[in-house]
Design a protein around this ligand. Structure first.
Ligand code: SF4
Length: 376
């Protein structure tokens, strides 16, 4: 899947601006103070920025006011090379609910969210045009839950419609999301744990119940001890069980996924689908669940061939070959986990894993076995 590198495009645009010795006026739509913190600290070096607060999606007036006040406080406290101004649109939740009609039950990250991006970006672009700004953009791409391609596609289309340059971005790149968390801590910003609308709040509440991941504890022989642990690192002598799923299509191409830039461990690294097996699950069930959650591909046990088990310092990894007809277009990525996916031939999978696992001969041997079983 060839993705546009929006960060690179932004770099080029900034280089053009600085070469010309200009400080253009930028209207930046913001959803909240925490998300804007990194975007401001980055772009206020090159632009004279006005933050535009237009968010009719927010659950209640009380929550809305709270976010507005935090936004204004951040602008007062954040040092910047050029002054940053603030402009507020109307709070009109009826427009949001009208837009959502028929999409209320969709999960976060789908069509309802794309329409929500457009509702807010349209107002920002309209305002920027009316008030003579040189550029317009939004902070939304800093979040790993937001789809940067969609945001830029919508922004560019609206920019054309209104006749104003849209500044493309993917602010989560180069650790932007992690930096926004650091800045939020530094300025003690109120950081809500849901996107903004009532649907995202309910979804987050549901996730909180499920998120208490409980794992079975195994002994050094890979036998369940009868004890469980909460998500974390097993103590000395204890082991957890993980799965790695090598998903292969009839053309003999395997799915590789790039870890999200916001992950704490190995951000941006190419990997296969996998994760921890939950308490009560078999490793095959864990493989099916992880594949559905991370890349949106549904498997059944008939698709799976168990290849073998590798013992690590505190875990066992069960390796599966999964055979199924699919293309990258069928994948629905879990944005907080997966940045992008691509299909590669089996020998390329082996090469990539060998590079990563120089001292893991038993793992690489199982990979060779997996390729033989798959006929590659
Ligand atoms: S989850 Fe966020 S982006 Fe999606 S509709 Fe709700 S407020 Fe808008």
């Amino acid at each position: 899947m060839n993705k546009v590198n929006y960060q690179l495009l932004l770099d080029r645009e900034i280089a053009r601006i600085t070469e010309g010795g200009r400080v253009p006026a930028l209207l930046m739509h913001s959803c909240c103070a925490p998300c804007s913190s990194y975007c401001l600290s980055y772009l206020a070096e090159y632009f004279s920025i006005t933050i535009f607060y237009y968010n009719p999606n927010i659950t209640s007036r009380e929550e809305y006011e709270k976010r507005v006040e935090e936004q204004k406080r951040l602008l007062r406290e954040l040092p910047s090379k050029y002054p940053i101004s603030f402009a507020e649109g109307p709070y009109e939740p009826e427009n949001f609910y009208e837009m959502c009609r028929g999409m209320e039950a969709l999960p976060e990250g789908g069509e309802r969210c794309f329409a929500c991006y457009e509702l807010r970006q349209r107002e920002a672009v309209r305002y920027a045009r009316e008030h003579g700004f040189d550029y317009v953009t939004t902070t939304l791409s800093v979040s790993p839950h937001k789809n940067a391609e969609k945001l830029n596609e919508i922004g560019l289309r609206l920019g054309q419609e209104f006749g104003i340059p849209y500044l493309v971005s993917d602010f989560k790149k180069r650790g932007g999301y992690a930096k926004s968390i650091e800045l939020s801590k530094k300025y003690g910003l109120y950081r809500q744990d849901y996107c903004g609308c009532e649907y995202s709040r309910k979804q987050r509440e549901g996730m909180r119940c499920n998120m208490e991941e409980i794992w079975d504890v195994y002994d050094g022989n890979g036998v369940k001890t009868g004890r469980t642990m909460e998500r974390g690192v097993p103590v000395d002598g204890d082991y957890m069980l993980c799965v790695h799923v090598y998903l292969c299509n009839p053309e003999g191409l395997f799915l590789m996924q790039k870890r999200s830039e916001s992950k704490q461990s190995h951000p941006g690294e190419w990997d296969v689908t996998g994760g921890a097996v939950l308490s009560g699950e078999s490793s095959a069930q864990g493989a099916i669940r992880e594949t559905r959650e991370e890349v949106g591909i549904s498997l059944s046990e008939e698709n799976l061939t168990y290849i073998g088990r590798v013992k690590k310092r505190r875990s066992f990894i069960d390796i599966f070959l999964a055979r199924r007809n699919f293309t990258v277009e069928d994948c629905r990525l879990q944005r907080e986990e997966v940045e992008e996916v691509k299909l590669v031939p089996g020998q390329e999978v082996l090469r990539m894993e060998q590079d990563k696992r120089k001292r893991e001969r038993d793992y690489v041997d199982l990979l060779r076995k997996m390729l033989t079983v798959s006929g590659n």
